[in-house]
Write a protein that binds this ligand. Structure first.
Ligand SMILES: Cc1cc2nc3c(=O)[nH]c(=O)nc-3n(C[C@H](O)[C@H](O)[C@H](O)COP(=O)(O)OP(=O)(O)OC[C@H]3O[C@@H](n4cnc5c(N)ncnc54)[C@H](O)[C@@H]3O)c2cc1C
Length: 453
């Protein structure tokens, strides 16, 4: 039976802890702002805070369509990291020097979250990448080689089967890699703390205030579009990004089962699939298992594909049962999903609409909890027209283009199905069909990336 699709547990837990924090008033009357930020997720909130830090006299207005954290920021896995875990991809996209600049800038993310205090359930326990098939072994080897090649081997430490079992035991795991630069958070609590800090800093916040057209925000001297997946159909960026669904399941508290499999160190874990499984524990001993294999969007529309897709939630639960058989007795209490904004090269991008003071940033491709802090620094610099270290980060760029709709949806959907078929066959120890292998190889041949890895 598929776990019931419900409100993200994070949001309920954070709301109970905040004890009835009221939504702020919708915007009524004309807008008057130095900087208007559209979107109250991590990107928008970090941007608003960064603008106020750099220019306390700036009048910052933040407009959020629902409540802060209603989007992916309140419903994600809570993996918090920069770019050391993907340094190989960063080098191949940006070149080695720019990738190193980015990875070093990303080292400032966890300290920035640490500075917010203990309320956000920050655990600095690193991340494990585990392989369950020979093909996934090669993915692990590539990560280790990439970190070594840039002279930072300590950022991707190989673990043989025994060393991995000291951190987490599963009959499905072959071996692993440990990435020290990763933490986990309770994401909805992080949103709540950022929202409170923004209000304390004097940001004028209006929730339940959807913006219909950014071009109409004429009362703002600069506008920052921080609506993430909701911007995927917006003309200035739509050729560079598409949306995939990602779904998680959450178990009841099972601290005694976690002790039995030795997973008590709080490490975040991912497998080596293209459409990854990602899993972690919570402070009360639950396990969250996510699958990035959800449906691909069409034309930037955020419809039921991203919150109501039972097959993807079922795949996340299947992942839980396969990857962690020691948790067979753990009951899954609920599931939920959300959209992931995937760029053609899987790195986010930031910029300014030519001839305007409208700035944007998106394309986190499933790694936005940490990088949205970088995004906030970059967007604050763009909005304040500062030519500083943030505005010159290599993420201020335009990524390669994706095909136009409906090709983006149709082609992406076919390739997604082929990759899923290949990875499922490999996990079952079968040879994937020729058609599936051919379909799965298409993006590589075109120099594109698909999936959420
Ligand atoms: C299931 C799932 C698991 C994930 N797990 C991880 C993870 O473990 N680690 C990780 O790094 N990343 C993860 N991600 C991705 C991560 O959550 C996002 O990259 C990140 O939250 C993006 O933050 P954001 O502020 O840019 O966007 P969002 O959180 O989407 O915020 C955008 C906000 O804009 C608002 N908005 C939209 N349209 C309008 C409008 N017209 N007017 C006003 N407001 C508007 C929305 O309501 C929303 O609150 C996951 C995503 C999902 C869906």
């Amino acid at each position: 039976m598929v776990a019931p699709l419900r409100t993200p547990w994070w949001l309920e837990e954070a709301a109970a802890a905040a004890d009835g924090d009221e939504a702020s008033e919708p915007l009524s009357g004309p807008l008057d702002a130095d900087v208007c930020v559209v979107g109250g997720g991590f990107t928008g909130l970090w941007t608003a805070l960064a603008v106020k830090e750099r220019d306390p006299s700036a009048h910052v207005v933040l407009l959020e369509a629902e409540r802060c954290g209603a989007g992916p920021s309140g419903r994600n896995g809570g993996f918090l990291h920069g770019y050391w875990a993907s340094i190989g991809r960063a080098c191949s996209v940006l070149g080695e020097r720019a990738a190193l600049d980015l990875a070093r800038a990303g080292e400032r993310i966890i300290p920035a979250v640490r500075a917010l205090g203990g309320e956000v359930w920050l655990h600095e326990s690193g991340m494990l990448s585990v392989s369950t098939t020979p093909a996934q072994d090669r993915t692990l080897d590539a990560s280790v080689a990439a970190a070594a090649a840039v002279g930072r081997p300590e950022q991707a430490v190989p673990l043989d089967r025994d060393a991995l079992a000291e951190r987490i035991r599963s009959a499905s795991f072959r071996r692993g890699v440990f990435f020290p630069e990763c933490a986990t958070v309770q994401p909805a609590r992080l949103v709540g703390v950022l929202r409170r800090k923004a209000l304390e800093a004097g940001v004028e916040l209006h929730e339940r205030s959807p913006v219909r057209r950014v071009e109409d925000l004429r009362g703002a001297r600069a506008v920052v579009v921080a609506t993430n997946a909701a911007a995927t159909g917006w003309r200035p960026v739509r050729r560079h990004v598409t949306n995939f669904g990602s779904y998680v399941v959450l178990t009841e508290p099972v601290p005694e089962l976690l002790a039995e499999i030795g997973w008590t160190g709080g490490e975040a874990v991912v497998d080596g699939r293209m459409f990854i499984h990602y899993f972690r524990t919570t402070d009360d001993g639950r396990v969250l298992m996510g699958s990035g294999s959800g449906p691909i969007g069409f034309g930037g529309r955020l419809d039921g594909r991203f919150t109501l897709d039972e097959p993807t939630a079922a795949r996340a639960e299947l992942g839980l049962r396969r990857l962690l058989p020691g948790l067979a007795g753990a009951r899954v209490e609920r599931a939920w999903g959300g959209p992931i904004d995937v760029s053609a090269d899987h790195l986010p991008f930031f910029g300014t609409v030519p001839g305007t003071r409208i700035h944007y940033g998106l394309g986190y491709s499933g790694n936005g909890v940490g990088p949205s802090w970088l995004g906030g620094q970059i967007l604050a610099s763009l909005a304040l027209e500062r030519e500083d270290e943030w505005a010159s980060l290599p993420l201020v760029r335009r990524p390669p283009s994706l095909p136009p709709e409906p090709l983006k949806r149709i082609g992406g959907g076919l390739v997604r199905a082929a990759i899923l078929a290949v990875e499922e066959a490999e996990e079952a120890g079968r040879r994937p069909s020729l058609a599936a292998r051919a379909g799965a190889a298409v993006p590589r041949r075109l120099g594109m990336r698909i999936g959420t890895r």
